[in-house]
Ligand binder design. Structure first.
Ligand code: HEC
Length: 107
């Protein structure tokens, strides 16, 4: 059975809308990843540090966010740069960055 062209177009665009809707919800937070990229230099790509800097990948969001907020507030002392770095982000950005690192596999 052939459907009229308009009916087929409507079906096709409904299917596309479903894909577009499912996409962002399932995808990573790309904006958070680009903020997080500024952390990779010290904390390793995706936060998987193998050196002297603490790894961030796979740590709990709660712990990451607490550390970042404490650095920002100045209540956690940083030996190096974290107290300055954390001040550059809004609380909402820090939350999205913490979420991003918590979702990365450790290896
Ligand atoms: C220039 C290097 C450098 C950069 C860039 C950097 N960090 Fe850090 N970070 C450190 C160091 C060093 C420590 C250990 C504490 C200290 O001495 O400051 C640390 C500690 C932390 C901690 C505490 C970890 C723990 O287990 O106690 C978190 C969370 C953290 N950083 C998150 C971030 C995030 C998120 C970014 C990017 C927005 C970032 N860092 C960028 C060097 C860096």
């Amino acid at each position: 059975m052939r459907r009229p062209i308009l009916a087929r177009l409507a079906l096709a665009s409904a299917a596309l809308a479903t894909v577009a809707w499912a996409g962002p919800a399932a995808a990573q937070d790309y904006q958070a990843r680009s903020w997080a990229a500024s952390c990779f230099a010290c904390h390793g790509t995706e936060g998987r540090s193998e050196g002297e800097f603490p790894a961030l990948a796979g740590k709990s969001k709660k712990d990451l966010l607490a550390a970042l907020q404490e650095f920002k507030a100045g209540t956690r002392k940083s030996a190096t740069i974290m107290h300055q770095h954390a001040k550059g982000y809004t609380d909402q950005q820090l939350e999205r960055i913490a979420t991003y690192f918590s979702q990365q596999s450790r290896r």
